[in-house]
Design a binder for this molecule. Structure first.
Ligand SMILES: *Cc1c(COP(=O)(O)O)cnc(C)c1O
Length: 421
């Protein structure tokens, strides 16, 4: 039996309608931007395996550091104990993110990083004796699949079954020149009950790679801070170079009160989540009263192996070569955008750094479930490229080590698809 056949007998896959989906492709190894199946066919990983991989697959440097850590210490309870890799990672992370961030709270993934951020804000007000329970988020936002993270995400087909159980959130439009004053007025009207505003800076990933300008986000952050509403930058997707700078927040003057990281944090090697906050938020939990403690933790909080992978990934991220790669991909995307300009079947093209998204004309509906999506997905898979359109939005966000040949192959296959589908 093939891997794929054995899989179908025992495994239930994420975001997959098991009755109609094509069998999963069995992958046996990876190298650079390539994933190899059981027949040694290469699939170019144009989506960085759900946006996590930044330095390429099975990177030997990360592998060596992980192996080293495993032989020293695989795990230790993180309440009452600490270890070298967690401390070093926190120290180094705080050096490269906005300098108002002072404390690192570890968890397991992007969703939990968001849960922790929300709990910090809600409990801040609780500890201070004045409850605030409202949260502001963007329409089309995505912050994860656990309940709190789901609640601050767009109400959609993903959340229908749970809608009644999701806490109330005030959803606002992405800011632009026209609506910025109106958005600020709305925030002001909500200020006495609102704990925080959570956002994906510059790019709403799962919402369809929707992009907006840093200047207007800056205004919203400044306004929230003036109104005593905490701001949470969810950099789970945008962090570690995706947008062209190290963090999307580097495009702004204002610094958020809380930040969330995961995905690229370990270079896509292991699951790890980080929530960072200001001294001011941290201080609101300091007390002789033990009930003011942040009661949150996971069995694998700050797992040493995951921290070691993150440290190794940060070494590679700090290498000037990585910045060159990011620059090269950004420039290459820019050239391809010009080529797409004349294409009738492309309704819109968007780019932020290494993220390139194009909206295909579908004729009718533009939803996550459009048939075009499945057709395109299979077309690219047959061509040996992993592209996983969000509905009619095809996007490329490759590992930074992708070669020019691989990039050009992706571009030319997209152009071909435009002619043939
Ligand atoms: C993927 C994602 C999450 C959730 O991360 P998981 O590790 O999948 O739980 C949260 N926020 C953003 C912006 C994401 O893209």
């Amino acid at each position: 039996m093939t891997l794929s056949e054995r899989d179908l007998k025992v495994i239930w896959h994420p975001y997959t309608q098991m009755q109609t989906a094509a069998p999963p492709v069995g992958i046996v190894r990876g190298e650079g931007a390539c994933l190899y199946d059981e027949d040694n066919k290469c699939y170019v990983d144009a989506v960085s395996s759900w946006w996590v991989n930044i330095h390429g697959h099975a990177h030997p440097y990360i592998a060596a550091k992980v192996a080293e850590q495993l032989q020293k210490l695989e795990h230790v309870i993180f309440a009452g104990f600490t270890h070298q890799s967690a401390v070093e990672l926190a120290e180094r992370l705080l050096q490269i993110i906005p300098n108002n961030q002072r404390k690192v709270f570890y968890s397991d993934n992007g969703s939990t990083a968001v849960e922790v951020a929300i709990k910090m804000c809600l409990q801040y007000w609780y500890n201070r004796g004045g409850q605030r329970t409202k949260i502001i988020a963007f329409k089309n936002a995505y912050h994860g699949d656990t309940f709190g993270a789901m609640a601050v995400s767009a109400r959609s087909a993903f959340t229908n079954a749970f809608e009644k159980l999701l806490f109330e959130v005030e959803f606002i439009d992405l800011p632009n020149q026209e609506n910025i004053e109106e958005l600020k007025a709305r925030i002001t009207a909500l200020k006495n009950e609102t704990a925080c505003f959570i956002f994906e800076p510059l790019v709403l990933g799962s919402g369809g790679m929707l992009m907006y300008e840093a200047a207007y986000l800056d205004e919203l952050i400044a306004h929230c801070q003036a109104e005593n509403i905490f701001t949470i930058a969810d950099e789970v997707f945008t962090g570690f170079g995706r947008t062209g700078k190290a963090f999307a927040c580097d495009y702004m003057q204002r610094q958020p009160d809380i930040m969330c990281f995961s995905k690229g944090l370990t270079g896509g090697t292991m699951a790890l989540g980080v929530t960072t906050c200001t001294q001011h938020i941290y201080d609101a939990f300091l007390s002789d009263d033990r009930l003011k403690t942040l009661f949150h933790g996971h069995s694998f909080t700050a797992n040493p192996v995951a921290c070691a992978a993150a440290l190794a990934s940060m070494d590679l991220f700090g290498d000037p070569l990585t910045a060159q790669h990011i620059q090269r991909i950004t420039e290459s995307h820019r050239q391809f955008v010009l080529q797409l300009q004349g294409q009738q079947r492309i309704k819109a093209v968007r780019q932020t750094g290494t993220i390139l998204a194009m909206e295909w004309e579908t004729g009718s509906q533009t939803s996550y479930f459009s048939n075009l999506r499945d057709t395109l997905y299979q077309y690219f898979l047959n061509a040996g490229i992993i592209l996983r359109p969000l509905g009619n939005v095809v996007y490329i966000l490759p590992p930074y080590c992708i070669t020019n040949e691989q990039l050009n192959y992706i571009y030319s296959t997209i152009l071909q698809a435009l002619q043939t589908i």
